[in-house]
Design a protein around this ligand. Structure first.
Ligand SMILES: O=C(O)CCC(=O)C(=O)O
Length: 218
């Protein structure tokens, strides 16, 4: 298939020590905002991937639909802040002048997968989606902007970065499978994928981050 404009793969963007440091930060994050199992809208069928988020907004899926919300669905608490490593990865790779508002943290155990989909729950497609991989390799599949078009697949390894911008921003993509045992980063195996997104368009004079409990006037 033809090369998709705006698809950028940066193999080994995070070196092993940076991956380990990020993993430590994710451990704290998951203590504050535990992984939950999202379910498909309408059917309630559980995803095989477990999820949590950090940043002002987080992506969730439940019986009533897909959406971004400022709080964890089980604890009701605001999502933890995004680690600095993620914000600087965005600055280096996104080529977009406003910060990300949501970072979805996906955990794939050995048998987990993610079906082909477009990321289109955001209001702002001008910003790219930036994804970072940690742990076992994934067989990642990407097509074009129509569901039935040709696709191709490649491996994403621990530390790799992937940017879906421009034409690729609305490309269908998914994870066919995880190559169990291909990385020693996570002691229990599996893969963590961090997906950074801008949710709303920046508006003049508006803060980049939505109001938080702390900033809200009494
Ligand atoms: O795990 C990945 O590499 C892809 C994740 C993804 O497509 C998503 O969270 O929308």
């Amino acid at each position: 298939m033809a090369e998709l404009a705006g698809l950028k793969i940066v193999p080994g963007y995070l070196a092993r020590p940076q991956q380990e440091a990020l993993l430590e930060e994710l451990r704290d994050l998951v203590r504050a905002a535990p992984f939950f199992t999202p379910v498909m809208p309408r059917t309630g069928r559980p995803f095989s991937v477990r999820m949590t988020n950090c940043g002002p907004l987080g992506w969730v899926s439940d019986i009533s639909g897909y959406r971004y919300q400022p709080a964890h669905p089980a604890t009701g608490k605001p999502w933890p802040p995004m680690p600095a490593t993620l914000l600087s990865a965005w600055q280096e790779l996104a080529g977009y002048p406003h910060p990300p508002q949501a970072c979805l943290v996906n955990y794939y155990a050995a048998g987990a997968r993610m079906g082909l989909h477009q990321d289109r729950d955001e209001e702002d497609f001008a910003a790219p989606v930036l994804s970072l991989s940690l742990g076992d390799e994934a067989l990642f599949r990407i097509g074009g902007t129509s569901r039935r078009g040709p696709t191709r697949s490649f491996r994403l390894a621990s530390g790799d970065a992937l940017v879906l911008g421009g034409e690729a921003r609305l490309a269908y993509h998914g994870v066919d499978r995880i190559l169990a045992g291909s990385s020693s980063l996570l002691s229990d195996g599996g893969r963590i994928n961090l997906t950074l997104r801008r949710v709303t368009p920046p508006s003049e004079g508006a803060p980049d981050e939505p109001e938080t409990e702390m900033s809200r006037a009494p």
